[in-house]
Design a protein around this ligand. Sequence first.
Ligand SMILES: Nc1nc2c(c(=O)[nH]1)N[C@H]1C(S)=C(S)[C@@H](COP(=O)(O)O)O[C@H]1N2
Ligand SMILES: [Mo]
Length: 375
Amino acid sequence: MSLSRRELFRTAPIAAVAAGLNTRYASAEPLIVRMQEPRNLETALSDLFTAKTDKFFVRSHFAVPEVDPKTFKLTVEGHVGNKLELTLDDLKKMESVSREIVLECAGNGRVFLVPQARGLQWGHGAVGQAKWTGVPLGAVLERAKVKASAGDVVLIGADKGTIADPATPGAINFDRGIPLAKAKKDETLLVWNMNDEPLTASHGAPLRALVGGWYGMASVKWLSRIVVLDKPHAGFWQTLDYSVWDRPKDGLPQLVPVTAIQPKAVITSPAPGTVQLAKKSAGGMVGYAWAGEHAVAKVEVSADGGKTWSAAKLWGKSEPFQAVEWRSDIVLPRGPRTLLARCTDDKGNTQAATRDADRRSYMINHLVPVEVTVK
Ligand SMILES: Nc1nc2c(c(=O)[nH]1)N[C@H]1C(S)=C(S)[C@@H](COP(=O)(O)O)O[C@H]1N2
Ligand SMILES: [Mo]
């Protein structure tokens, strides 16, 4: 691969960058097929955070269910005073909100795990940011007169199937419980639009949840039913699947559901391989960083495998729930180089150099080197 400095900074004019991520041009790269059926698609590195719906990764455990938006009804039941059956129009009559929010799969980056872990072998591209339009889940729960003693709010998708290992009790729906406190937060939405267009079938049409700041498994697609429990939900998708070992309490390790997105910086340019520097060029690195519920405080880069670090420049203000572009003028001397980028959030949480095995095959944000040869 040959990469000049001009190409490195080609992504968008400065004024356009300041206006948001939407302005970046998408490349001609197709989505990468990680599984044919059900269809699972990864965004190419060159298209990361272009915020184009047709370049947005797809993670589906079962075949896409057919949900007719005309006859669609969302049921809200369980630990509520007022059971609801809402049509799409009922929801659209409520006060709607639009927010730019990052969605990242809990298995994003799994291909970088050593030893190899089970599951889809995602590179860096099971993440994206879109503008989501809908209503806060909290407003719907208020209409349903959710009881103060509520535990998990279980979001249930219309998709259904069996998993062989570990075995499900026959066919089950995709579902996910979230604690009432998170369900009531402003960033937890029920959405019908993605980037100002109705949701596509693969992204959950006609209605999905979008749990801002949490890994993707909580953002249930093809949402059809909400059941409020009086306790935490012990469903398949937060016990046998999408769970990690918590720090031992009283010396007892415990499995807990995967929740908050961890800070991460990804180098989008240069890509691994040979970097051909233009004459007199100093080099440079470009990428994106995000930190779930928190803003990104800083991004640092290294061209010597982590021996020395220098600060990258954040391109625009970092906001919670959103990704920010970063750029660095770091000199890339000729020869083989190990490039790293590291994100620290506004709470001081930073990326670990090495993998924490207690996270099983999820929440992957240890430092992943990019090996290049600078010529
Ligand atoms: N109903 C349903 N919702 C779902 C899933 C699913 O398989 N079924 N996958 C989840 C996972 S693991 C992720 S990462 C996101 C992916 O959303 P996307 O396909 O719109 O990118 O959807 C979540 N919601
Ligand atoms: Mo996911």
